[in-house]
Design a protein around this ligand. Structure first.
Ligand code: URA
Length: 422
């Protein structure tokens, strides 16, 4: 087999075989295929697409390129395509684990304008995100839940290909994005999966048409790989909930588990958790929803979260200790109708909550609390948000520039669509 021939075939819009796909994935991981040939093939894929058969073959080849884990039939995972203020994992994982679903969540760190669950958990004093195999096993037996950082060699082919896509303008391709995400999920070994595909100004997918296609493609891959998969399309035209930033997001997650918290975060968390319970336990959505609401109301999910934190060595302290608090007051009147969510995420990063490059150090107390969101009516002088930071940087005007006002409300549902296992 020759890489040249494979590139040519894709250039001519012909379907690649399973063997050809395995050849270039393995060849690239083993340094037998150079970057320039791989980049050329990736660009041909971006331009000419892939059939479902090709997408599945690519996903499985990448999933098989490293360690493959396998959990029990009642194991369930959730994956979000990334947004701003998304702390749903901290809420959902304890809920579903209370209901007999096993959660072994391997999460990532923040990079760019989106946050990472592992950083959020590390904002809890003492919380250990790495557990050795025996400790993990014991914790799962006792609590049915663990949230850890990825230590295994999961889908190394995806890692290498993604790094190349990043510098060759070949990230934006539904077949490549879907296979990249799903290869990691398949190798991580959960038998049930709920995908939260974000759509809007703070998301990777800016419009519903692309998001729908991505969701359908990932659900199709899940089916072919024997993983029960549901995708929920959710609105990321504004940050999720009110708090952005690591410790501030833990605060909000705990508040929600305590029966408080903002309605968009509550609705999305309950919906995602209910689909996770429904597919894992083979019960209908309404039945699952009832169970989810019950463990929130009777605080069993909160107890599970507290047990998880202490089992992984953490001590919760919900006081924010940022040195400075800058209050952003409105200089306009009207309904907020748009929020530039990606820029708000970047502002939070600049305050100290995120990283521009992998080596940057996070300030766990930095972030933003939003007092007004889309469809709130605002008067001049109203408090829009508070910026928390240890730095002497004033980003209040940058925040104000992220908001658009109007005299009419706009459509603003959090759940946009659900794509079920086909
Ligand atoms: N996230 C991934 O894991 N892969 C992509 O290709 C894009 C986003």
């Amino acid at each position: 087999m020759h890489m040249y021939k494979i590139i040519e075939k894709k250039k001519n819009k012909l379907e690649l075989t399973k063997e050809e796909i395995a050849f270039f994935v393995n060849g690239y991981v083993n340094d037998e295929i150079p970057d320039y040939q791989m980049a050329s093939l990736l660009m041909a894929i971006v331009l000419n697409g892939m059939t479902d058969k090709e997408i599945v073959a690519l996903t499985l080849s990448m999933a098989n390129s490293g360690d493959k884990l396998s959990w029990k039939e009642n194991s369930v995972d959730k994956h979000s395509t990334g947004g701003v203020g998304d702390k749903t994992t901290l809420i959902i994982a304890p809920i579903v684990s209370c209901l007999g679903c096993q959660v072994i969540k391997m999460s990532g760190r923040a990079l760019g304008y989106t946050g990472g669950t592992i950083d959020k958990l590390e904002s809890i004093r003492g919380f250990k995100v790495q557990l050795d195999e025996d400790t993990l096993k014991q914790q799962l037996e006792k609590l049915n839940i663990a949230i850890i950082s990825q230590t295994k060699n999961i889908a190394p082919a995806d890692k290498k290909i993604y790094a190349l896509r990043d510098v060759t303008a070949t990230v934006e391709s539904i077949p490549l994005i879907a296979s990249s995400i799903m290869s990691k999920k398949i190798a991580s070994g959960a038998k049930n999966l709920v995908l939260d595909v974000k759509v809007g100004s703070g998301a990777f997918m800016k419009n519903i048409t692309d998001a729908r296609l991505l969701a359908k493609t990932m659900v199709m891959i899940g089916k072919e790989a024997g993983i029960k998969t549901v995708a929920v399309l959710s609105n990321m035209d504004q940050p999720l909930g009110q708090n952005i930033g690591n410790q501030l997001e833990v605060q909000e997650a705990v508040s929600l588990l305590n029966g408080n918290g903002p309605s968009d975060l509550r609705e999305l968390s309950i919906t995602l958790a209910s689909y996770m319970v429904s597919i894992t336990k083979n019960i209908n959505y309404e039945e699952a929803l009832k169970l989810v609401v019950e463990v929130l109301q009777n605080k069993k999910a909160l107890q599970k979260f507290n047990d998880l934190v202490s089992s992984q060595g953490g001590t919760l302290d919900l006081d924010n200790k940022a040195k400075y608090q800058y209050k952003v007051l409105s200089n306009k009147e009207g309904y907020i109708t748009k929020m530039d969510t990606a820029t708000i995420g970047k502002i939070s990063g600049l305050l100290g909550a995120g990283r521009l490059v992998k080596e940057d150090k996070i300030n766990y107390y930095a972030g933003i609390i939003l007092n007004k969101k889309i469809n709130d009516y605002v008067y001049k002088g109203d408090l829009l948000a508070t910026l928390y930071t240890d730095k002497e940087i004033d980003l209040r005007n940058d925040y104000l520039n992220c908001l658009t006002f109007s005299n009419k409300k706009v459509n603003n549902n959090i759940i946009l669509e659900v794509i079920r296992w086909l």
